[in-house]
Design a protein around this ligand. Structure first.
Ligand code: GLA
Length: 396
């Protein structure tokens, strides 16, 4: 049947047109505001990509949100490869953020003690900011008293990484890559680095590092998350129990450089072979604790240099949150957040006061380039540096 064109039908047609046009405008607006939210959908693990902030030169810093089936979420930004948020369930299923950090980019740029960041080229200290390789001495920034710390003035924690979201059989993945030029921060060789964060459905965050160089160099990468499993990020972590599978640790000098001795932990406050409260002996009358203002030492993991296994755990009794750490690294820097001083604002209110977070930094030993007896951190052209650390969260 032919439709007759009547006045009311013209009216409705115009109305429809107006609807369509405004509808389009509306959806354009929406797509504009969502422009920065690209969703990489997969069966199980959608990875959300948003803009976290802008660098002073206008470059955008991306944030990827990894999610798993259990409900865990991990936010990773391309600045420093920083984990800015990590939610974990307590024994009643309540998900709370368990890592120190900030809600926006600015406080990260303003300076902070490596919250959640990737550390390189050399995690931890190199004495006097100097080391020799093949007869040549390399000079690095002395950015920690007389020593070099965590890669220098602009280490991997302060560079922009290239980030790509992927879904794999294992879980949601963020692959971060960065090329450190020959001579950057004083280190020899152009270093191509790849770090992947994989969030599995078992509440594991698996971190895998790889690097190749075009000249002999030294590499020691780690992840510097500060945990507070209570979910109350401005509160002290002294009520967490720590387990470290280590018979010995590396005592340090006044600049926190290992003396070279492997000292037995037995009958000292450094014995964490049986799970023990951080607060239990942290104030003990012990020279090493005084030098570190608490725990800030590298434990020599019993598993040796090779093999991937569970080496440490942390437990918060009140919430039941339990974290296990697996690695193939020979050392673990357990840092009890002694230098946090209450000047930085905490997510969720308050400030990050002394010992409001602890770090379990898997790594080769500090100052290895100057300690022939420590496992080597040298990387040659043609070789691939690999390192792996997994944090597994559960409750008990
Ligand atoms: C490391 C060091 C500590 C401290 C923090 C950052 O873990 O071992 O001494 O420098 O980083 O504040």
């Amino acid at each position: 049947m032919m439709m007759r064109i009547t006045k009311p039908s013209i009216f409705y047609a115009v109305l429809l047109l107006v609807f369509i046009v405004t509808g389009c405008k509306q959806s354009k607006k929406e797509s504009h505001s969502e422009m920065e939210t690209v969703k990489t959908e997969s069966k199980q693990n959608p990875i959300e990509e948003t803009i976290f902030g802008e660098m002073p030169d206008g470059t955008k810093v991306k944030k990827f949100t990894l999610k798993n089936e259990a409900g865990m979420e991990v936010d990773v930004i391309t600045y420093g490869g920083i984990i800015t948020r990590w939610t974990a369930p307590d024994k009643n299923g309540l998900y709370e953020d368990v890592v120190l950090g900030f809600e926006s980019l600015e406080p990260y740029l303003d300076g902070n003690p490596y919250f959640g960041a990737l550390i390189g080229r050399y995690g931890n200290r190199i004495a006097n900011g100097e080391f020799a390789l093949e007869g040549k001495t390399y000079t690095l920034a002395k950015n920690d008293g007389d020593n070099h710390l965590h890669g220098g003035e602009k280490g991997f924690d302060k560079v922009l990484w290239n980030g790509v979201a992927k879904n794999t059989e294992e879980g949601a993945v963020i692959e971060l890559t960065y090329t450190s030029q020959d001579g950057e921060e004083g280190y020899p060789g152009k270093l191509d680095v790849k770090v992947t964060y994989t969030l599995t459905d078992n509440n594991e965050l698996d971190i895998q590092y790889e690097a190749v160089t075009d000249k002999p160099t030294v590499v020691n990468l780690t992840q510097h998350s500060y945990f507070n499993l209570s979910g109350q990020l401005s509160e002290q972590i002294l009520d967490h129990e720590i387990y470290l599978n280590a018979d010995t640790y590396l005592p340090v000098d006044g600049g926190l450089i290992p003396t070279g001795e492997l000292r037995p932990v037995a009958s000292t406050p450094f014995d964490f072979k049986e799970s023990k409260l951080i607060g239990k002996e942290i104030e003990a009358d012990n020279e090493q604790l005084k030098l570190g203002k608490g725990y800030d030492h590298c434990w020599v993991l019993n598993k040796g240099e090779e093999g991937f296994g569970m080496v440490a755990s942390a437990y918060h009794g009140e919430t039941g949150r339990f974290m296990e750490v697996y690695t193939n690294e020979p050392g673990m820097q357990f840092y009890s957040g002694n230098f946090l001083d209450g000047t930085l604002p905490a997510k969720g209110g308050g400030t990050y006061g002394q010992r409001s977070g602890f770090c379990l930094e898997t790594q080769h030993f500090p100052n290895s380039p100057n300690q022939a007896d420590f496992p080597s951190v040298r990387l040659n052209p043609g070789e691939t540096y690999t390192s792996r650390t997994m944090f597994k969260l559960s409750t008990k």
